[in-house]
Design a protein. Structure first.
Ligand SMILES: [Zn+2]
Length: 201
């Protein structure tokens, strides 16, 4: 693409780094922003800067939060003996949308993937074991994707948890989880949690 302006080119290059955004779409978005009022553009960039600067990760479950403890972990009504283990915050949002789950979460922040150089130590696994060791937890639901990375991660975590006197279960498979779970319909998702099965190898 030949740009008439270096400023335009820089902005388009930044936008085209976003997932699913090619150069043409990036150009369309940038030109759109250029036509907006200065106030609107300020609000737009401010929200991104603030997000990056102020976002926190819940010190209990690892979910994205505005405070050091997330709203789920803070809620007295939630069942703290039941933990649903998920890959990322999108999964928490999808399960919360079902309005059927009353336990708490643990957010891994990814899956074990040797191909991508992601090992167990880069994930929020130690904190999960600490939560279980603390004694309140009675069941951990492994709600990870039915992929090779998901299976590897489930197996690794199961080995870490199997000696504790708790139930370890998995959700009904066949659901596109992790990344795609947000597209799973709410009834299917709620049912897959309700009909979870004990995990064993
Ligand atoms: Zn939390």
């Amino acid at each position: 693409m030949n740009f008439s302006s270096r400023l335009l080119e820089n902005a388009v290059n930044e936008f085209s780094k976003l997932p699913g955004i090619g150069q043409k779409t990036a150009l369309r978005l940038v030109l759109h922003l250029l036509n907006q009022q200065a106030d609107d553009v300020n609000r737009f960039s401010e929200s991104i800067l603030k997000l990056k600067k102020e976002i926190q990760y819940c010190k209990i479950c690892g979910n994205i939060s505005d405070a050091d403890t997330c709203s789920v972990c803070q809620a007295p009504k939630r069942d703290k003996s039941l933990i649903c283990l998920v890959e990322d915050t999108r999964d928490v949002m999808a399960i919360e949308n079902t309005n059927q789950y009353n336990g708490v979460y643990h957010v891994l922040g990814g899956l074990i993937s040797p191909m991508d150089g992601i090992g167990p130590s880069q994930l929020n696994i130690g904190a999960l074991v600490d939560r279980v060791r603390e004694g309140t937890v009675q069941e951990v639901i492994l709600a990870l994707s039915a992929t090779m990375e998901g299976d590897t991660t489930i197996f690794y975590i199961y080995k870490k948890l199997k000696d504790f006197p708790i139930k370890v279960s998995t959700i009904a498979r066949g659901i596109a989880f992790g990344g795609e779970i947000e597209y799973a319909d709410e009834i299917t998702l709620a049912r897959s949690i309700a009909t979870r099965v004990p995990y064993g190898v």
